[in-house]
Design a protein around this ligand. Sequence first.
Ligand SMILES: Cc1cc2nc3c(=O)[nH]c(=O)nc-3n(C[C@H](O)[C@H](O)[C@H](O)COP(=O)(O)OP(=O)(O)OC[C@H]3O[C@@H](n4cnc5c(N)ncnc54)[C@H](O)[C@@H]3O)c2cc1C
Length: 371
Amino acid sequence: MQNNRIAIVGAGVAGIALAIVATKLGYQVTLYERDTEVSSIGAGVTLWPNAMFVLQQMGLDKEIIAMGGVPSYMRQFDQYGVQQGELNIAAVNDLSGYPSVTILRCDLMRILARALADLGVNIQFNCLITTADINGLKQKFDLVVGADGRMNSIVRHALYPEQVQPRYQGFINIIGISQLEGSVLNNAIHDYRGMGERFGIVPIKTGECYWAAGWSANMDKERPVSAWYQELQQRFLHWPNPVQQVLKSSETNSLKLIFVHDIDPLPYWHRDNMLIIGDAAHAPLPTSGQGACQALEDAWHLAQGLVKNDQLDNTLSDFYQQRIPKATATQSVGRQLAQQLFSDSFASQAPIASISPKRLSEFWMQGLTLQ
Ligand SMILES: Cc1cc2nc3c(=O)[nH]c(=O)nc-3n(C[C@H](O)[C@H](O)[C@H](O)COP(=O)(O)OP(=O)(O)OC[C@H]3O[C@@H](n4cnc5c(N)ncnc54)[C@H](O)[C@@H]3O)c2cc1C
């Protein structure tokens, strides 16, 4: 891109990551965030090797690893605690050349925000961008990037005035952070599955974990949140010990109820000098485990494209052509797994062991090469 002023709407993973890589490449970035601070809502994330590739390019991998955990396995159990399958994460890491790191979301966001501040860029907090602001931004900046999330992206709305409706996928998640005594998890992600129910526990540092419980449910926003939390306790009352420990020791203020939505793949992500990235463009379900990873990939690919190409229109169409297959495949993997998990029958459930480390590594690392 010849001129170099970029406005980014939304200081989530995608927005801050793009601000960092673009600033490093010499662009003048202004980052608008509606909240008063960087959000830490959302328990934790697993940064698979594709995300760690990008974080290494950003110079943040060591700090992330120091704050996070590096699990060796993902083990799948039934609701009685009988192991059903296993994924050797260490093997995936070896094949990919990058580790998989689990981290609390507040730590990830703090590291990203500090890296941006170190580059001299201040996030413009308390700046809710509205539809009425978009034209002004388009005139003032060479590029306007919507990194404003899955549910109500204002930049997506400017691209699709007919509205893109996020799709409720028929299940809820309750997420939280807990302290565990000893090494109950033995450095393995634990994935317990029952009929239409799932409880995943992700170790971070010794004794610390984040978790997500899910079950199929109608989207009832009238029901008090406390009733959902009571249901959580009831549903998983007889599930194996780590689940019990996690529920007993959960930090109350870390709990969050989510009616899980994704969006259908979109036919375009840009028009004029306006583009959407991250969840605003291709929000996958949490069952893909890839939302933040794909947001990081977007930031990296877009910055590379901006430097390589003088014509903005070409850069933005190339970006879409490059990113849409992987983003769509990720969305589709998330939907397939959600369907298996939250349908009422075990018949269609595929054990995770059926995915080889090689296939997984090839899928995740696709498109990530240094030039
Ligand atoms: C339960 C759960 C578990 C998950 N686990 C994982 C995981 O293990 N690994 C993984 O990779 N991903 C995971 N994800 C997905 C991941 O959290 C998201 O995909 C990722 O955070 C998307 O980042 P983003 O920057 O695109 O959007 P967001 O994080 O939603 O950020 C959008 C930002 O834009 C701001 N904003 C919105 N509108 C405006 C406006 N009009 N003006 C100004 N600012 C605005 C918001 O305040 C927010 O700060 C999980 C998601 C869920 C729900």
